[in-house]
Write a new protein. Structure first.
Length: 394
């Protein structure tokens, strides 16, 4: 794969008295050397509210997944209402006929309440004992249109982290207008997953299919960045910016902050943005504030976040504005994704004061804030995606 890591700071020159900086780290994942083995658990809401088109399209979506699997891939299907049903135990695709799998899916029917929590537990169990290596992509694809009978979003956050520690990424989709958005969003953001809003039953097939196809482009699962910070350096406000904006609470081991990354996908840049405090120091060049190590696919790649200390006013005036813009844009998008329009507006006001109302990024942020304010869940979800230089929304 041969990934590369590049870091930038908004102020390459720092006064000897120290300063608070904005930094970003970009990861280019490299090329896919061989397709990964995919282990897919479909976790389908089969409660009464799914009756009709939703459950029919969920069955059709599962059948669509079957057409995308390779012989060494594994698939399991869990349905949940008041109780959990293992529709298809974890099975290597090369050992089962398509007809048998389709017959199993045909038995999914809608009725009863919504025990989403137990459904996710069973989906986790269906994958966690399967054989894995550095070339295995593991996914739980959750589809629901309702609210869990008894668990709040905080409980789902804890469960999502447990699932993530197994190397399993959650793709959570809420369909319609009656699901509890905070639960779906929590499942897709507190760890390294993703959440999405589906307007109607016709979107289910694409949700399942896109997730399975994406899993086939994984070049390194369970990637992470380690930031070994120099004594006196402080790190704060850490966000994953690409491919989906997410706030991160790094795990600290002594002076090392560990930032888990979503699985690295071929041709998909990942970005982490953060605030970093450079302490006072004597004038000198190339002072390392943090050594950055990427662990991915059994490989390690290293980079350093460095600055020059100086009292030269002309050098201190140098500024990489794009790094600031990227960080502020990420904060705004994260708040919009949560539906926190008031906080997004506060951040937008700060961005405008610093960068000016005519800046393209400011105008984009204003437009997105207005769209989320006037729109709904689909607009909130869309707001968490960063548009690249090529104009592609990730």
């Amino acid at each position: 794969m041969t990934a590369t890591v590049v870091s930038e700071v908004n102020r390459p020159y720092v006064p000897t008295g120290g300063a608070k900086l904005t930094a970003e780290i970009e990861v280019e994942p490299g090329r896919l050397e061989e397709p990964p083995t995919r282990q897919i658990a479909l976790c389908i809401d089969a409660s009464g509210s799914m009756a009709g088109d939703d459950i029919e399209q969920a069955r059709a979506g599962a059948e669509w997944v079957f057409g995308l699997l390779d012989e060494d891939d594994y698939v399991s299907i869990i349905a949940f209402d008041n109780e959990v049903t293992t529709v298809l135990a974890p099975t290597r695709w090369g050992t089962i006929s398509r007809e048998t799998a389709v017959d199993a899916v045909a038995d999914i029917s809608a009725g009863g309440g919504t025990d989403m929590y137990s459904g996710l537990l069973e989906a986790k169990a269906s994958l966690q004992d399967l054989p894995t290596d550095d070339n295995t992509a593991r996914r739980v694809l959750l589809l629901s249109d309702g609210k869990d009978n008894s668990h709040d979003p905080e409980a789902f956050g804890t469960l999502a982290r447990e699932i993530d520690t197994e190397g399993i990424r959650i793709k959570a989709a809420g369909i319609g207008s009656d699901y509890r958005e905070e639960t779906i969003r929590t499942l897709g953001t507190v760890a390294r997953g993703e959440w999405t809003h589906l307007d109607a039953a016709g979107d289910i097939e694409s949700f399942f299919g896109d997730a399975v196809e994406e899993a086939g482009t994984v070049v390194a699962p369970d990637a992470r960045l380690e930031l070994d910070v120099t004594d006196g350096v402080e790190v704060s406000e850490v966000y994953r910016s690409l491919p989906q904006t997410q706030s991160v609470n790094p795990d600290w081991e002594d002076n090392t902050a560990v930032v888990p990354l979503p699985d690295l996908l071929e041709r998909e840049t990942q970005r982490v943005v953060l605030k970093i405090h450079a302490p006072a120091n004597d004038p000198q060049d190339a002072v390392s504030l943090a050594d950055v190590t990427l662990h991915a696919g059994g490989e390690t790649t290293r980079e350093s976040i460095t600055v020059d200390y100086t009292d030269d006013e002309s050098k201190l005036a140098e500024h990489n504005e794009q790094v600031d813009v990227d960080h502020r844009q990420t904060v705004i998008k994260t708040e919009l994704g949560k539906g926190n329009v008031a906080e997004a507006q506060t951040q937008l006001e700060r961005m405008t004061r610093i960068h000016g109302e005519d800046t393209e990024a400011v105008q984009t942020a204003e437009r997105e804030t207005r769209i989320v304010m006037e729109g709904g869940r689909k607009e909130q979800n869309k707001a968490t995606k960063i548009v690249t230089d090529e104009g592609i929304q990730k």
